[in-house]
Design a protein around this ligand. Sequence first.
Ligand SMILES: [Zn+2]
Length: 418
Amino acid sequence: MSRLDQAATLSLEGAEGVVRPPEDGLDALRGAAFGRFRDEPGSVAVAGGAIAALDADAGAELRVDARGCWIAPGLVDCHTHLPFAGWRAGEYADKVAGVPYAEIAARGGGIAASARALAEAGDEAVLRQAAGLAAEMLAWGTTTFERKSGYGLSIEGERRQLELGRALDARVVQTTASTGLLAHAVPPGTTADAWLDEVQAALPGLVADGLVQALDIFVEEIAFGLEHLDRMGELAARHGLALRCHAEQFTTMRSVPVAIAAGARSVDHLAALHPDDVALLGGAECAAVLLPGAEFLGEEQVAPARGLADAGALCVLATDLNPGTSPIAALPVIAGLAARRYRWSAAETLAAMTLNAAWVLGVHGDRGSLEAGKRADLLLLDAPVEHLPYRFGHDPVVAVVCGGRLVHARSDLAERLR
Ligand SMILES: [Zn+2]
């Protein structure tokens, strides 16, 4: 790898399929375009960090025989809780035994447990764990991911988690987007309103230091209410940040109309979405980010994902990687859950974790699909797209190119080098 990752020009040649959107220049794949890909034999040339051509380059420094393989865009994970500290396996065992999340939280588990773990962990330990997870994500094809705060539960703690996230960027191959989940749980000893006063006062400093690109809030009976969502939307608009929202995970709160009115870029979870809000999302410039890993491991309700897709919603999949509700790093595993539980096609799952996920992060003009001129984030897969959900638990990624460099290769890539 040490030599291979130095190559600045690459040519992946003779693939069985090069998986591209139905046409170039689309912002997202929704409605009739959801899951519609061109998947034709071909090659991809990379130069200067970008996709130079949908064609071979016989003069490239590194040439890969892609026969029997498929070339797909790098995956985008637009909802993770990296960096965090430790795990919560004991809580999962309790959940499996039937203890409800609210009771786990009342015992001091849940978000509070991860907040304690983060506060007690040294910076180096946090960064080492997060970098290890990012490497695992890379091996499963994730070339861009979002990271959040939310386990600080004090202004200093939230700032520290955001600064650790920025430090993580220097240790990982992927590019990241930073979200301030500044309303995750109401910190002990305060009220939701008083906490948002603190957030409002701290935001100018966090924004000035370039620590946040988006704001996020957990709207739930055990967390924040609709009035706080509305207020977070005002803060996001005031600072030119995107608004994200953990919405309708356990309880039907009717937060989606409020989020859309507040200009939200996405509403995430939606397992308990009210039926009337399906059509609303169908026509909204607000993505439905679905997290089937959390739904499955938490035995939550199943989001009305088929209905959302058919209504024309901008449908997205993400891991929700976190130590409590979804300790899953692999987007192909998420695709497997989504296909089975949502009745989505394999191509729909791919659209939902590439271009559509890039839209949530505002980077769809730059990545998320194989188009000449876009950033060269791409995957060599050992199977067609249909195998992503079908071979559940199999990692199909032979090689990963990120920013134009070969950054990950399975041992069998060696046989393919020319
Ligand atoms: Zn989350």
